[in-house]
Design a protein around this ligand. Structure first.
Ligand SMILES: NC(=O)c1ccc[n+]([C@@H]2O[C@H](COP(=O)([O-])OP(=O)(O)OC[C@H]3O[C@@H](n4cnc5c(N)ncnc54)[C@H](O)[C@@H]3O)[C@@H](O)[C@H]2O)c1
Length: 373
């Protein structure tokens, strides 16, 4: 390795400049010098939004070469080879499919579509183009979550029996608040697509495919079009049983994505608000047994070779750096699966989310049927 001139560039086109547009842009900039050498060097080419003044300011602030109020220009731009969709859920399908049809690799935020049908269609159309695709389930890229996957794969937990997870936020407890996230045409669903989809993806990433669900879906805030909360019991195809809860009305919980897994040889537990830590219990006969807190920051732990000396901890934004690095490596000749979420994973999570709704409506247990291409 001699210098950056040897690293091939990849032109990035971004849709959205707010929450995710900012997090992803930060990742493209950071990956270029922290995950050294990057598989490809991101060149920030074009950013799209609705409001000319705001998107121009975003282009200047983040360092995009051009900006537009029409995302069609971004997905057609010959300088763009990677289209990154950080738009609201209603704007995932059309721009993502258009970009892929123009030969751009596509990274689309979660939930992939507003429904399983829409998600399936996005996966189907994009897969047919042959480009690389990844769905933004960034919690796969928390070092502690990847370590958990490696421990489970190595059999360190034995046979997995329980998956117990909840994703708790509280910002939705404001009847006066209006956002696209409360409009069914723009969001598709509420806590289900926003939060439970993350939990479903982590469940599939760490445990197995979800086979059946029994759930209760509730809207508490009068007049709200989408669900505020979901509670479900789930059955995995490897015999694991579990619970999944997600709500935007759990006062005091800001971004509490928490899960625990119990196996025949031990247990592990994780809390997103303490994302550098993994709680580990090993049933190894030690008299002083008990959960221990593992600070996931050793240089031989997932993603840590790029960062700091042990104990100099990471934050939420680093998950996107890891995610983007993974996608660039996939484009450069690697694979998105199994560590990244493909559009098939995005679609499968959406099938489980649809089953939550069906089960709550029917009052019964619903089987999740997965389609293939
Ligand atoms: N992976 C995660 O942890 C995570 C976290 C938050 C949001 N998300 C997902 O990311 C997506 C975006 O969410 P967000 O929180 O960034 O939303 P946001 O409201 O903060 O940003 C949405 C952006 O889309 C732009 N936009 C909206 N309509 C547009 C149009 N017609 N043309 C061009 N631009 C348009 C807005 O200007 C804004 O910049 C959603 O799908 C959401 O579910 C994922």
């Amino acid at each position: 390795m001699t210098g950056t001139q040897d690293l091939p560039e990849i032109g990035v086109g971004m849709l959205g400049y707010a929450f995710m547009g900012k997090a992803h842009t930060n990742a493209y900039k950071t990956v270029a010098y922290m995950a050294w050498p990057p598989p490809l060097r991101p060149r920030l080419v074009s950013i799209a939004g609705r409001n000319a003044r705001a998107v121009e300011e975003a282009a200047v602030r983040y360092g995009y070469e051009t900006w537009t109020t029409d995302w069609r220009e971004t997905v057609a731009d010959p300088r763009v080879q990677l289209f990154d969709n950080g738009g609201p859920n209603s704007l995932h399908a059309e721009p993502t499919i258009a970009a892929a049809s123009n030969g751009k690799h596509v990274l689309c935020e979660k939930p992939l579509g507003r429904t399983a049908d829409e998600s399936f269609e996005i996966w189907r159309e994009v897969a047919a183009t042959g480009v690389k695709h990844m769905c933004g389930f960034n919690y796969r890229f928390v070092p502690a979550v990847r370590l958990a996957r490696e421990m489970i794969e190595a059999g360190e937990l034995g046979e997995i029996r329980h998956f117990r997870a909840r994703y708790l936020q509280d910002w939705g407890d404001d009847p006066a608040l209006d956002t696209w996230r409360f409009h069914v045409d723009e969001a598709g669903s509420g806590a289900i697509g926003d939060l439970a989809s993350h939990v479903v993806d982590v469940a599939r990433f760490l445990v197995a495919e979800i086979a059946t669900v029994s759930s209760l879906v509730r809207t508490f805030v009068p007049g709200r079009q989408v669900d505020d909360a979901i509670e479900a019991a789930v059955d995995f195809d490897n015999g694991t049983v579990g619970t999944i809860e997600a709500t935007r009305l759990a006062l005091g919980h800001r971004n509490g994505m928490q899960w625990e897994i119990n196996g025949s040889k031990g247990s592990i537990a994780f809390d997103m608000e303490r994302l550098n830590e993994l709680q580990v219990f090993r049933a190894d006969g030690d008299r002083a047994r008990g959960f221990k807190t593992v600070l996931v920051s050793e240089t031989d732990m997932p993603f840590w070779s790029w960062w700091w000396p042990p104990g100099h901890i990471l934050g939420w934004e680093h998950t996107f750096v890891h995610e983007v690095q993974h996608f660039l490596a996939a484009i450069a000749g690697g694979e998105v699966a199994p560590y990244g979420a493909t559009f098939e994973d995005g679609y499968r999570a959406a099938e489980v989310c649809d089953a939550f709704v069906r089960s709550s409506e029917s009052g019964g247990r619903e089987t999740v049927a997965y389609r293939s291409l």
